[in-house]
Ligand binder design. Structure first.
Ligand SMILES: Nc1ncnc2c1ncn2[C@@H]1O[C@H](COP(=O)(O)OP(=O)(O)OP(=O)(O)O)[C@@H](O)[C@H]1O
Length: 216
C-alpha cells in the first residue's frame, strides 16, 4: 500500500523529442523513496540533461509523467508549474547563474524572495558557514573563485529547503579534491534539509559516494 508519509519522486514512461524529426529519447522509470540520493550516469549526448530538465519541469515530455511528492507536474498549468518549481526544486548547474550585479547575500535573498520563503533568511549565515564561504557575504559574484562559485551554486539551490535538489554535472570543472568536497557538501545539505537529491554526471569520480546509481 502507498504510504502517504513517504516522500517519493516517480517518473513513468517518459519519452522526449526536441523537434519533430529528431530522435525520440525514452527513459527508464525512476522511483525514489524518501531522502534517497540518486546518481544518474551516462555517456555524453545520451540525454542526461534532457531527463533532468524533464524532472525539473523545465521541459515537457512527449509522453509519460513526473510526480513529485504527490504532485503530477503534467497536471499543472504553466503558472502553477513555475510556482511549484520555484518553491520545491533546487537546481545546481555546472556553471552557476548568480546575478553578477548583486553580492552573495543579495543573490541568496533574491532566491528566497522568488521562492516565497523569506523566513529562511535567518538560515543564510549558517548555510554559508557549512559551505565554507561565510567570508563572502558582501562580495560580488565576479570577486569569487571557481570553488567559491561552485559552493554558492549549492547555497542557491538549497537555501529555500526544496523537496528536490537536481544537480547537473556539478563537479565537471573541479579537481579531485574539490570534486569530493563539493559532492560531500551537496549530499550533506540534502541530508540536513531532508531533500531528495538527483545528480547527473559522466564524472566517474563521484560514483563511490552513491549507493543508488542509474546508468542511461
Ligand atoms: N535544445 C535542443 N534542441 C535539439 N537537440 C538538443 C537540444 N538540447 C540537446 N539536444 C540534443 O539532445 C541530445 C542529448 O542532449 P543532453 O544534453 O541531454 O545529453 P547529456 O547526456 O546531458 O550530454 P552531456 O553529458 O554531453 O552534457 C544531444 O544529442 C543534444 O545535441
Amino acid at each position: 500500500m502507498f504510504n502517504v508519509n513517504c516522500f517519493v519522486i516517480q517518473t513513468k514512461n517518459i519519452s522526449f523529442q526536441y523537434q519533430k524529426n529528431d530522435a525520440v529519447f525514452t527513459f527508464p522509470d525512476i522511483n525514489l523513496g524518501k531522502e534517497e540520493p540518486l546518481l544518474i550516469l551516462g555517456k555524453s549526448g545520451i540525454g542526461k540533461t534532457t531527463l533532468l530538465h524533464i524532472i525539473a519541469g523545465l521541459l515537457n515530455p512527449k509522453s509519460g509523467e513526473v510526480t513529485i511528492d504527490g504532485t503530477n507536474l503534467q497536471s499543472l498549468n504553466s503558472k502553477q508549474r513555475d510556482q511549484f518549481i520555484g518553491k520545491h526544486i533546487g537546481l545546481v548547474f555546472q556553471k552557476n547563474f548568480a546575478n553578477r550585479s548583486l553580492t552573495v547575500l543579495e543573490n541568496l535573498e533574491a532566491r528566497l524572495f522568488f521562492s516565497g520563503k523569506t523566513a529562511n533568511k535567518n538560515n543564510i549565515p549558517n548555510l554559508l558557514k557549512a559551505l565554507q564561504i561565510e567570508g563572502c557575504q558582501t562580495q560580488k559574484i565576479n570577486e569569487l573563485s571557481e570553488g567559491q562559485l561552485q559552493r554558492l551554486g549549492i547555497a542557491l539551490a538549497v537555501i529555500h529547503e526544496p523537496k528536490l535538489i537536481l544537480a547537473d554535472e556539478p563537479t565537471a570543472s573541479l579537481d579531485d579534491d574539490n570534486c569530493q568536497n563539493v559532492m560531500q557538501l551537496l549530499i550533506n545539505q540534502a541530508k540536513t534539509n531532508k531533500s531528495n537529491l538527483i545528480v547527473i554526471t559522466h564524472d566517474q569520480r563521484v560514483k563511490s559516494l552513491f549507493q543508488n546509481i542509474l546508468t542511461l
